[in-house]
Design a protein around this ligand. Structure first.
Ligand code: PLP
Length: 435
């Protein structure tokens, strides 16, 4: 049990009476006050993760920019915190850009990605003079060049290159392999560089790649850096490209269970920075600005999902189910790609793990199982179940399946909790319906 706590936010502890405490707030009291399911974000952990990326990369490579991948989870409070931490944003939609605008996020720290950006999204990006538009296809290159010509603002762009590197992760979250829907395949990207450089309405600054998510092996980063820098050197020789920026995307892993072995941020930083420096030297390329886009590695550990246990069902000789008041509607990851989690009983932290149970969600799918076969203290209806590692890719993928209400979100720090998103209400469910 002690060791499971290491998967929770930084300042997590168990009190004498056996309650789980995060950021000085008793989670059992939070559940009583705000209801469940409840997502709890620890402010210190979020800030610490931002600083860790900025420091570990920045001390090895001064010209580093850290962008948070908004898709991991963005709302106004999170955007504000990132602004305070000097971390920029990678956005992929008008919606994410709108959230950034709503807190006056500095637009010169915002990058727009996406394999099918709409004309409206490109228009919004041009209007707000965001830092970079990361161009993903020939169609987009053409459309953007025409729009920029008409609008009179020359955007700084990166070209997203698919380096043909396998990040050895789940197929749903691999993006760097040849044949991916993202980016220009490297064997077909010469022309993109040529066209971008010759478009007077576009300013080509550099290249981007993102090879996937949950990458626990540093080797694919090395391969992708080598491949893309080789390509950049070829483009310099062929078309006179000056690579001012190399954006290597995100993908840094986090542990979800005690078995997960994940490199420290310092290890990613050391491997990536030394590879960029070595390769640039070898190819006689000036060192470009280095951009990284961690999403999960900033948000995952900071977030904990709290649920209340309801029905306990023993299927004799097979399995004992503990059913929760949430599940796949607020966390689709286990059902979507077999993601693994652990759990604790937030009001029985001092008791031994003597019971093997499977934690099920409440939704009408047999696949709605959050944790299979985990040892816990004997759970009773009304107990509070806490699942760590829920800060990234849970709430943004949440749905209203079974007409459920999306959970409330609180931010905790120094023993104080504040609501940063209210729970949906039954009225919200029909607010957009017309008879
Ligand atoms: C372009 C890009 N950058 C960054 C990320 C963030 O990835 P992660 O959350 O694994 O760091 C993603 C995730 O899909 C992405 O597509």
């Amino acid at each position: 049990m002690e060791s499971r706590l290491s998967l929770f936010p930084l300042n997590t502890e168990a009190t004498q009476k056996g309650h789980l405490v995060i950021g000085g707030c008793d989670t059992v009291e939070l559940a009583a006050e705000y209801g469940t399911p409840l997502y709890v974000y620890d402010e210190l952990t979020l800030r610490n993760c931002c600083r860790e990326f900025r420091n570990e990369f920045g001390q090895r490579y001064a010209d580093t920019t850290v962008l948070y991948a908004s898709k991991a989870f963005l709302n106004k409070a999170i955007a504000n915190l990132l602004k305070e931490e000097g971390v920029g944003l990678d956005v992929v939609s008008a919606g994410e850009l709108y959230i950034a605008k709503s807190v006056e996020f500095p637009m010169d720290m915002v990058y727009l990605h996406g394999n099918n950006k709409s004309v409206e999204e490109l228009k919004m990006a041009l209007k707000h003079h965001i830092a970079r538009i990361v161009v993903d296809s020939y169609d987009e290159l053409r459309t953007l060049a025409a729009m920029a010509e008409e609008g009179g603002h020359i955007p700084d762009i990166l070209l997203r290159i698919t380096p043909g590197v396998d990040a050895h992760t789940h197929s749903h979250i691999t993006t760097g392999v040849t044949g991916s829907k993202f980016g220009f395949p490297i064997f077909d990207a010469d022309e993109a560089v040529d066209r971008a450089m010759s478009a007077p309405s576009l300013n080509l600054i550099g290249l981007h790649f993102h090879i996937g998510s949950l990458i626990s092996d540093v080797q694919p980063y090395k391969e992708a850096i080598d491949t893309v820098l080789d390509f950049a050197a070829g483009m310099r020789d062929q078309h006179g490209l000056e690579l001012e920026e190399l954006d290597i995307g995100g993908g840094f892993s986090v542990p979800y269970t005690m078995e997960d072995k994940v490199p420290e941020v310092s290890v990613y930083a050391e491997v990536i920075v030394s590879r960029v420096i070595r390769k640039c030297k070898q190819l006689d390329l000036p060192l470009p600005m280095l951009t990284i886009e961690p999403g999960r590695a900033i948000a995952a550990r900071a977030g904990v999902a709290l649920y209340q246990a309801g029905v306990i069902k023993n299927v004799p000789g097979l399995r004992k189910y503990v059913s929760l008041d949430g599940g796949m509607a607020d966390n689709i990851r286990p059902a979507l790609y077999d993601a693994k989690y652990v759990a604790t009983v937030a009001n029985r932290m001092q008791e031994g793990d003597t019971d093997k149970v499977t934690i099920a969600g409440r939704f009408c799918e047999s696949g709605d199982i959050l944790v299979r076969d985990i040892e816990l203290p004997p759970v009773m209806a009304g107990d509070i179940i806490a699942i760590p590692g829920c800060g990234a890719y849970c709430l943004p993928l949440a749905s209203n399946y079974n007409a459920s209400l999306k959970p409330a979100v609180v931010m905790v720090t120094g023993g104080k909790a504040r609501l940063i998103r209210r729970r949906e209400t039954l009225k919200d469910l029909i607010a957009d319906d017309l008879l």
